[in-house]
Design a protein around this ligand. Structure first.
Ligand SMILES: Nc1ncnc2c1ncn2[C@@H]1O[C@H](COP(=O)(O)OP(=O)(O)OP(=O)(O)O)[C@@H](O)[C@H]1O
Ligand SMILES: [Mg+2]
Length: 222
């Protein structure tokens, strides 16, 4: 699913170059559930942005489902994202003026699915994450855990083969975090591939495989 070779990202700001990711060789097979653990500033979000085709590497190569996506132009990258990747962020990133069902349906809008079908599928997705009774609520009318479940429904609605999550439980209490992790386990059991970034050891322990990142260097945890 994911193959990187020497994947690197640096930022040139002011006097010094910041190496956010150094020479990462990462291989994630279809159906794997991988956690990336590392301290603040170690390069976790940088890695997620590269794997998610939200940003392009400074050096190295990235193949996603066998396709070289290293240097695609922005519109092509956007298409790859829409078709292949679901995202979950620490801060939910729902659109505040849209209802839960409209938020969950958004990826289908970009894929050109007709409105009635979008809303129907989004309603079913919200039911599957336990929010069938909250379809018309706006984000500010939902708890943090509920907002994150809307975000997960949105991430999965187009059935992307890859789910990328950056600290998905970081803003949640234990109970809400556990509910979110249950949804990830369910996606994994359904054959989905997950890369989950966290600095919570308890969350990382639930993945099949753990990678450590430190000062931009990615290491397999044995
Ligand atoms: N756009 C940018 N411009 C310059 N430096 C950046 C940029 N984005 C990240 N960095 C730097 O790259 C390094 C890695 O940042 P990154 O956001 O990937 O860390 P992180 O592991 O996600 O941290 P956290 O756990 O706090 O979210 C940091 O030193 C950061 O300051
Ligand atoms: Mg981060």
């Amino acid at each position: 699913m994911i193959e990187t070779r020497g994947l690197s990202k640096w930022y040139d700001g002011g006097a010094r170059r910041v190496h956010a990711l150094r020479q990462a060789d990462l291989s994630v097979k279809r159906g794997e559930f991988v956690a990336v653990i590392g301290p603040s500033g170690s390069g976790k979000s940088t890695l997620m942005h590269l794997l998610g085709c939200l940003d392009r590497p400074s050096a190295g190569e990235y193949r996603l489902e066998g396709r070289d996506v290293t240097a695609l132009p922005p519109d092509e990258l956007a298409r790859v994202r829409g078709e292949k990747i679901g995202f979950v962020f620490q801060s939910f990133r729902l659109l505040p003026s849209l209802s839960a069902v409209e938020n969950a349906a958004l990826p289908l809008l970009y894929l050109g699915v007709p409105k009635a079908e979008r809303l129907e599928r989004a309603a079913r997705a919200l039911e599957s994450v336990g929010l069938g009774g909250r379809l018309r609520h706006r984000p500010h009318e939902l708890s943090g855990g509920q907002q994150q479940r809307v975000a997960i429904a949105r991430a999965l609605i187009a059935r992307p083969p890859l789910l990328l999550a950056d600290e998905p439980t970081g803003n949640l209490d234990r109970a809400a975090g556990r509910e979110v992790m249950e949804l990830f386990h369910r996606m994994h059991e359904d054959g989905g591939t997950i890369v989950l970034i966290t600095h919570d050891q308890e969350v990382a322990a639930q993945a099949q495989r753990r990678l450590l990142i430190r000062d931009g260097c990615l290491l397999d945890e044995m």
